[in-house]
Ligand binder design. Structure first.
Ligand code: FAD
Length: 331
């Protein structure tokens, strides 16, 4: 049980891996923390779609762990049964007759689905789901949150942490912290169309997943080859960022036609059982600039964390939340 300490009451907006990692550190340090998310479940871009008798990870596909602290956290998740190594054979396809193979390394996935680590972290938190924060209001030295579903929330917070993609953070900061909003607006995030496909039989290809360097696709994966998935043959197709940008307003049917056609060139089959998802803010372009890790404005009590502040990816997001939580805890 965390020690209740008299100190700042903190709102974390965003129950992706960054927000949950920040909330975990803060709660362990004894702070009262409330997490809010607009979605029906936690995990953000580590989400899993359920459709009838099948499921598919449609955002992050796997994660690596290089930082010893993140390695320790992933070991904790493995012990809890919410993550495991995915021993995938991963091809690199560029149109040549020869198949190249991606390097072998430990690639982890959530089990039984990619959102499991986030659910595990969220279980130890006070999380309000289905709460879209639309504005931050300063009330003396404290903050109140307005939400699309409940208007103004009654609670007052000393610190507000925004743990979400840069453009969404910029929208919330615009009225209350123009400097921070400008910083967030500098980061461009690119879209990604995801197509989840259920197939009647095993696709006869010699790989579990492939990076694709031609056509509209950038990645395909046999989702059902991940540990803990016992259902039918499921494939996930991700379009590349240029193509996704071009087709951002296309219908899901048009996107499915194009991506299934491209999938067929790599051994895939057509299917009428699919569902699509458009990620508007999937990831950032790699930058030469050193990553700030997080933003903390002690004077106003506003803070920002997320993958875009720490090199992208699941590991970067988790580290960003952890570093911010530790920084706030030392104030
Ligand atoms: C298609 C795709 C493929 C990827 N592949 C990989 C991969 O293979 N490996 C890897 O390591 N990483 C991958 N990533 C990146 C990885 O998913 C992210 O880096 C990481 O999950 C980001 O976590 P986060 O907490 O910073 O943000 P998010 O996961 O985006 O969490 C932000 C949360 O904030 C909530 N939110 C936003 N605005 C509001 C609001 N106004 N009010 C309330 N809640 C709000 C959202 O609902 C969301 O839950 C991929 C991402 C995508 C989209």
């Amino acid at each position: 049980m965390p020690i209740k300490r008299k100190g700042p009451r903190i709102a974390v907006v965003g129950a992706g891996i960054a927000g949950l990692s920040c909330a975990t550190v803060l709660r362990r340090s004894g702070f009262e923390v409330n997490v809010f998310d607009k979605s029906r479940g936690p995990a953000g871009r580590m989400s899993t779609r359920r459709q009838g008798d099948w499921q598919c990870d449609h955002g992050a596909q796997y994660f690596t762990a290089r930082d010893p602290l993140f390695q320790a956290e992933v070991a904790r998740w493995q012990n809890a049964g919410v993550a495991a190594i995915w021993p995938a054979r991963i091809a690199v396809l560029d149109g040549s007759a020869q198949t190249a193979w991606a390097s072998e390394q430990d690639r982890f996935v959530g089990t039984p689905s990619m959102n499991s680590p986030a659910k595990f972290l969220a279980d130890a938190q006070s999380v309000t789901l289905g709460c879209t924060v639309t504005a931050l209001h300063q009330d003396g030295r404290q903050w109140r949150l307005a939400s699309a579903e409940q208007d103004m929330l009654v609670d007052r917070f000393d610190v507000v942490v925004l743990a979400m993609p840069a453009p969404q953070a910029a929208d919330l900061l615009r009225e209350v912290a123009t400097g921070l909003a400008a910083l967030a607006r500098e980061t461009e995030m690119r879209p990604c169309w995801a197509l989840m496909v259920r197939l009647p039989a095993r696709v006869p290809v010699p790989f579990d997943a492939a990076f694709i360097n031609q056509g509209p696709l950038r990645w395909i994966a046999r989702d059902s080859s991940k540990p803990g998935r016992n259902g039918p043959e499921i494939w996930l197709l991700h379009a590349n960022a240029d193509w996704s940008e071009l087709y951002i307003d296309a219908s899901a049917e048009r996107v499915a036609d194009c991506l299934l056609e491209a999938f067929a060139l790599h051994g895939g089959q057509k299917s009428t059982e699919w569902t699509a998802h458009r990620w508007r803010f999937a990831d950032t372009e790699p930058s030469e600039e050193p990553a700030p890790g997080y933003i903390w404005d002690e004077a106003s009590g506003l803070a920002v964390c997320g993958d875009w502040l720490n090199g992208g990816r699941v590991e970067g997001a988790w580290q960003s939340g952890r570093m911010l939580g530790e920084r706030i805890a030392t104030c």
